[in-house]
Design a protein around this ligand. Structure first.
Ligand SMILES: C=C(O[C@@H]1C=C(C(=O)O)C=C[C@H]1O)C(=O)O
Length: 430
């Protein structure tokens, strides 16, 4: 993979971008890079990135703001010939940001050399190159075939990773939940989200394509993503910006699926009627609305939460939809809404230090924003949930957490993390 560095380069490099329609690319996943997959997909449509033209790395409290500023500059200087004009065509970067300001993990925007995309039944290929300062015709630089469109690879078995609890044992997790409930009852805060991690070793370094394929097959209605080793299938849309419209899906409140049809429906009904889950959900919706509202001319929320059915569980969900009021880009809104109450707690300024203290590990990019942004500032971002970070040495860290409120029961929350781990653990053969 090409190692380049935009964050430190001044003046910023100029990108030459060309998008052209192609007949068909389905299925996309077998064309992804098996070792360093870059992918964003839902219901068979999305984008796959190959190669790396440029990488923007940021960290600290201003990680999103700094990346957004570099991206705006790169985009405004880019020479773009987009013959398709759909969300995800033209210049794009895949991104993943650390959850916490203090995280040791870097945040990244990766600009691939080649993007393969499908949307609304149309397919395209985008080539992104650094302009050659000596070339007389910039478009020629992008047209020269640096990377060929890969043929779909044959299917292979998913890699086998055995997961064990990481820094925090299940017992310690239950203790942390109990302590959180004590603090909530003491009036310190209303909600805090506590997660735990599982750690394993990946030995088949080219097996990630099979893992992603399994996530997409089993969880087709989620956002399946792979960005710089962060792999997962998230049901929660942090924010989408598309030609002046804004949307988000807030999730909070979870129940197991029932064994038979009748018991399954009962679980969903019980979830919509549960005062605990509704209260937890209302906090998450209020925080998303509060942070999006200043940027929107209009913002509507579904009047009542609905139940979102996933193969492993039910969630209470609220969709937000609106129109932008201030020309914000997707990254501006990511900065405005992250971290939401769904993954941090309420009030946020109290919940964040409590979470850091009680959780006992660095979340890295878990529960951070993951998605893509284009040259117009449009993009789709999810909250990185039901995911794992694969380190270059093969260490795999998977994460799952739960919103803790005053009537949370430690054993139930531990059981909920097990349900939430299921997609990623199974996609690694567990
Ligand atoms: C924190 C996670 O999920 C979040 C917490 C939820 C809950 O507590 O009910 C539901 C969906 C997500 O917003 C996770 O999956 O790790």
């Amino acid at each position: 993979m090409t190692e380049t560095d935009a964050a430190t380069a001044r003046p910023s490099p100029r990108l030459v971008v060309r998008t052209e329609p192609v007949d068909e690319l389905a299925p996309l996943i077998p064309r992804a890079d098996p070792r360093h997959p870059l992918l964003w997909m839902r219901r068979g449509e999305g984008i796959v990135g190959l190669g790396e033209t440029l990488r923007i790395e940021t960290s600290g409290a201003d990680r999103v703001e700094d990346a957004a500023a570099i991206w705006t500059e790169l985009s405004s200087d880019a020479d773009v010939d987009d013959r398709v004009g759909l969300p995800g065509t033209g210049l794009v970067a895949f991104g993943a940001f650390a959850f916490a300001d203090e995280s040791a993990s870097t945040s990244v925007l990766v600009v691939p050399e080649l993007v393969l995309g499908r949307r609304d039944g149309r397919a395209w290929v985008t080539r992104i190159a650094l302009a050659d300062p000596d070339a007389s015709d910039a478009a020629d630089a992008a047209a020269s075939d640096l990377l060929a469109i890969p043929e779909p690879a044959p299917r292979r078995r998913i890699p086998r990773v055995t997961f064990e609890p990481g820094a925090v044992t299940p017992g310690q997790y239950e203790e942390a939940v109990a302590e959180a409930v004590r603090r909530i009852d003491g009036g310190e805060l209303a909600k805090v989200v506590l997660a735990r991690e599982l750690v394993g070793e990946l030995h088949e370094e080219d097996g990630l394509r099979a893992t992603i394929g399994r996530l997409a097959e089993d969880y087709p209605d989620t956002w399946v993503f792979a960005v710089d080793g962060l792999i997962g299938a998230s049901p929660e849309t942090l924010v989408r910006v598309d030609h002046g419209t804004v949307s988000a899906r807030v999730l909070a409140g979870t129940s197991a699926r029932g064994a038979g049809e009748a018991s399954d429906r009962e679980r969903a009904t019980a979830l919509t009627e549960s005062a605990k889950d509704r209260a937890e959900h209302a906090l998450a919706v209020a925080s998303a609305v509060k942070r999006l509202e200043p940027h929107t001319a209009r913002l509507d929320a579904s009047p009542e939460p609905f139940t979102l059915q996933l193969p492993n569980l039910w969630h209470l969900a609220t969709d937000l939809k609106g129109t932008l009021g201030d020309g914000s880009t997707a990254l501006d809104l990511v900065r405005a809404v992250h971290p939401t109450a769904a993954v941090a707690g309420t009030p946020r300024r109290v919940a964040l230090p409590v979470l850091a203290e009680l959780e006992g590990f660095d979340r890295g990019r878990y529960a951070g924003p993951v998605g893509w942004v284009d040259g117009h500032g449009d993009g789709e971002w999810a909250i990185a949930l039901r995911c794992a970070q694969v380190e270059p040495d093969g260490t795999v860290r998977a994460y799952a957490g739960c919103g803790i409120v005053h009537d949370s029961v430690p054993a139930d929350e531990l059981a909920e993390t097990v349900m939430k781990f299921r997609p990623i653990v199974e996609a690694f053969g567990g």
